[in-house]
Design a protein around this ligand. Structure first.
Ligand code: URA
Length: 476
């Protein structure tokens, strides 16, 4: 909405109906610049706030003429503005317009960190990023029964800024399989497994207070709480008390802190990290890995990928970690490496439907490069931490044979590093009477060319054929 204001010089009052609507702000700002309206002649507000007292009837800004100048906005400015606009400061809209206006005369003005407007915009953007981080880390879902009897997960959160819509994609990716709602005083978001929709603001009393999902979180938190790493100051900084009331595990914190010294001594004496009780079903492992943050990979923007396949499979095939496509789909081996694996399994006469497929590490580790996410190998430590989950799956599926694809997978099974070229082609007996077979990772085959590729494909095929033969022997 744009209205001219009675004043010696024409001025305009602009109201954004939705406070985080960057596109609308950008369209108005572009028009104003093209019409040569300086910042002091514009009053910006958002619906629900007072706006300009002198604003009169609504008027459209005159359309910029044919000779209107191009509006210049650097990528750095757009990125800054996209974050800063989510801040709750009512002056941010005017601030961003001032910056845009000034950058028309001097495109480098946005780089001047000493400039109070630039500094303020950067502070706003930083506060927004922090709020988004907090939301990702501290949203806690409670299970409720929907009207149709199905399960829905509902969370209550109080963001400081207008970050709900900007954060929704993260929750969709991470909790794609769940039906969930996030309720906040600024609005609500609902995901039904396929469609994301927006709803009105909510109150804390609209969200359920507690249920078994809470119990799960508490148990999970108690199991990952590592007294040796306890730094109360840092913990409070990362997990401000404001959020504690929404977090079931926060009720445990005082007790855990108090008991931490004794637990630390016990841990050091035992020479182990405490892992709590091992989940007893594949479904509970699936739930627990979704929340796993024992290593930094779980903090990336990704989702846990659980193993899948026949629950009592004779053969368990283990990869390194989900790749980009597996992360998006939430399923193992559905990308290029999976297709290579499928083709070779078929040639060896092994039916994928009869196999349990999983990974040594449950989250996708990557570095962002523009729009792409480049695969990073997990460290030995990260594989060892994730072994807890892999061993849980193994204890439930009880395969007779395990085929490890590549060195990371072999480490996930054995807890130590082996050389693929030395270990492949023979059975390695495991403590529970099953056998480990080791081969290369299919993505290695994808990276090779010409003769080297053909040679490695032959070796891979021979390894799979040997596993197929061993499976038939065991079946006799
Ligand atoms: N590579 C793996 O190791 N696992 C997958 O699930 C996909 C690619």
């Amino acid at each position: 909405m744009i209205a001219p204001v009675a004043s010696p010089r024409a001025s305009y009052a602009i109201t954004l109906p939705v406070p985080d609507d960057f596109e609308l702000w950008r369209d108005h700002a572009r028009n104003l610049v093209q019409c040569g309206v300086p910042p002091e002649q514009v009053t910006w507000s958002e619906a629900g706030t007072t706006g300009d007292l002198f604003a009169r009837e609504e008027f459209d800004l005159p359309a910029p003429g044919a000779g209107a100048p191009w509006v210049r906005a650097s990528r750095a400015f757009i990125e800054l503005a996209q974050s800063a606009i989510l801040h709750s400061d009512p002056h941010r809209l005017a601030l961003l317009y001032r910056l845009l206006w000034r950058s028309q005369g001097n495109s480098r003005s946005i780089d001047d960190r000493a400039d109070p407007d630039v500094k303020r915009a950067e502070d706003l953007a930083r506060a927004v990023r922090r709020d988004i981080h907090k939301m990702r880390a501290f949203v806690r879902f409670r299970s409720v029964e929907d009207e149709d009897g199905s399960e829905r997960f509902v969370a209550w959160f109080e963001p400081e800024h207008h970050i709900l819509r900007a954060s929704a994609g993260f929750f969709v990716r991470r909790f794609t399989q769940m039906r969930w709602s996030i309720l906040t005083p600024r609005g609500s978001m609902h995901w039904d497994g396929e469609v994301l929709s927006q709803g009105p603001p909510a109150q804390r009393s609209d969200a359920p207070a507690g249920d078994p999902a809470e119990e799960l979180w508490r148990k999970y938190y108690a199991s990952i709480f590592n007294p040796a790493r306890l730094k109360v100051g840092a913990m409070l900084k990362e997990m401000p008390r404001k959020y504690w009331k929404n977090m079931p595990e926060a009720a445990l914190i005082p007790g855990l802190v108090a008991g931490s010294q004794a637990r630390e001594i016990a841990m050091v004496e035992a020479g182990t990290m405490e892992f709590g009780e091992r989940p007893k079903t594949l479904a509970t492992i699936g739930e627990a890995i979704r929340a796993c943050r024992r290593c930094p990979i779980g903090l990336l923007d990704n989702q846990a990928v659980m193993g899948e396949g026949l629950k009592q499979a004779e053969l368990m095939v283990v990869g390194e970690q989900p790749g980009d496509q597996e992360d998006l789909a939430g399923r193992p081996f559905v990308g290029p490496a999976g297709r290579v694996l499928d083709a070779h399994l078929e040639r060896a006469g092994i039916d994928r439907q009869q196999v349990y497929l999983t990974n040594a590490v449950k989250h996708f580790k990557y570095v962002p490069r523009g729009k792409r996410r480049l695969h990073q190998s997990p460290t030995a430590k990260e594989i060892d931490i994730c072994r807890w989950w892999f061993e849980g799956e193994r204890a439930i599926v009880k395969p007779k044979l395990i085929l490890a694809l590549g060195a990371s997978a072999a480490r996930g099974v054995l807890g130590k590093t082996v050389s693929i070229s030395k270990a492949r082609g023979v059975a390695h007996p495991l403590d529970d009477g099953s056998e480990l077979w080791v081969t290369a990772h299919p993505s290695y085959l994808l990276r090779l060319k010409d003769e080297a590729k053909e040679q490695q494909e032959r070796l891979f095929q021979a390894d799979l054929a040997a596993v197929a033969e061993r499976l038939s022997e065991l079946a006799e």
